[in-house]
Design a protein around this ligand. Structure first.
Ligand SMILES: Cc1ncc(COP(=O)(O)O)c(C=O)c1O
Length: 364
């Protein structure tokens, strides 16, 4: 029998989350963020399931976009970081990819190249994220330059990105909203479409939905908001990580469990060993007490996470034996309940799920 680490992925929940988001944003169009292997869920399958149901698929690079085209995905695709070299503009134009321009190097490449057909283009402006995008004092002149560019389909569109949308009263949010609004007032009659919201902003700042929203985490059924779980938002987890116990032993009071002897048994107690470790994508930073379901009963992780194994305190489930089912996160144990026991965020835990885990998608 092979190792039993399985990610069950729910098509129904993915489509449910998409509908929740659609209902929430009304007429705004959806850019489904499927970069980073669709947040660990498998970019090809997620893209196929969303194909034709969303307005754009958001990827980080042209490699991801080409892989989707080869896989038969026909929906329009947007390269969120734009191109990384001049030749990618050619491919993007042939494949009708939307390209985000966020720096002057990309503009130079555009000026020097002759494209077979005009490109769908976006300008990214930096309203306060401090990452990619044109500074606000340059943004309007770049916008005009792009609007007059021979190689682009007009109008070009405009996006920016929040840095703290998950914290509703973070002062940066209002500053970013204000700066975005000020920029859009300069281009009011241009017909350009606008996009500002990631998942957290979709829920926290409904006044900012504009023409396109860009949900990532929420699509996968995980809450992007601090202190609110997915269920509160009507979302359902797409991924359920399941495995099983491969050992159950009773340890004496004072026994040390796992690398470094981090956990000392406070009494004689049963300890289970689970076939899943950081080599599968379980966060190495998980502390003692991180919840784990064994036979559907909430138990606690004990000791340091190993590459292929985790130890679990079975005092809450004393009859558990080898082969019994374990859920690490999923519908009955939202990842938002795991994250506070780690130094991670839900985004990186999901994207960290490794290829050696078996992926099984449910059909609808
Ligand atoms: C520019 C941009 N928009 C939208 C998203 C989606 O964010 P979230 O997963 O928080 O919805 C991301 C994610 O990294 C992003 O970089």
């Amino acid at each position: 029998m092979s190792r039993s680490a399985i990610a069950i992925l729910s098509t129904e929940n993915l489509l449910h989350n998409l509908n929740v988001i659609k209902n929430h944003v009304g007429s705004a169009k959806i850019i489904a963020m499927i970069k980073a292997n669709a947040y660990g869920h498998g970019i090809r399958t997620v893209a196929s399931k969303l194909d034709g149901l969303v307005d754009l698929l958001g990827v980080a690079s042209i490699d991801e976009a080409i892989a989707l085209r080869k896989h038969g995905v026909r929906s329009p695709i947007i390269l969120m970081q734009g191109v990384f070299e001049s030749n990618e503009l050619l491919l993007a134009s042939v494949e009708h990819f939307h390209v985000v321009f966020n720096n002057f190097q990309q503009l130079e490449w555009l000026d020097k190249i002759i494209l077979p057909r005009a490109l769908h283009a976006w300008i990214k402006i930096d309203t306060g994220m401090g990452r990619l995008g044109f500074d606000l004092d340059q943004a309007y002149s770049v916008y005009e330059r792009l609007m007059n560019h021979r190689s682009l389909i007009k109008p070009i569109h405009v996006m920016s990105h929040f840095s703290a949308a998950d914290i509703i009263d973070h002062p940066l949010n209002q500053e970013q909203i204000e700066r975005f609004k000020n920029f859009t007032m300069l281009i009011e009659s241009s017909g350009s479409q606008l996009s500002l919201c990631n998942s957290a902003a979709i829920f926290n700042f409904p006044q900012c939905h504009y023409h396109y929203v860009r949900p990532g985490l929420a699509l996968y059924g995980v809450s992007p908001l601090q202190g609110r779980c997915a269920e509160d938002l009507g979302l359902k987890p797409v991924m359920s990580l399941q495995t099983s116990l491969i050992s159950v032993r009773t340890f004496k009071k004072g026994s040390l469990i796992g690398y470094g002897g981090r956990y000392s048994c406070p009494q004689d107690m049963p300890i289970g060993i689970i076939a899943f470790g950081y080599g599968d994508g379980y966060p190495i930073t998980a502390r003692d007490g991180t919840p784990i379901l064994v036979n559907g009963i909430k138990c606690s992780l004990v000791g340091r996470v190993s590459m292929d194994m985790i130890a679990v305190d079975l005092r809450a489930c004393p009859t558990a034996g080898i082969g019994d089912p374990v859920v690490l996160w999923g519908e009955d144990l939202p990842i938002e309940h795991i994250t506070p026991f780690t130094s991670n965020i839900s985004w990186d835990i999901l994207t960290g799920v490794q290829h050696r885990v078996k992926f099984l998608w449910t059909r609808i």
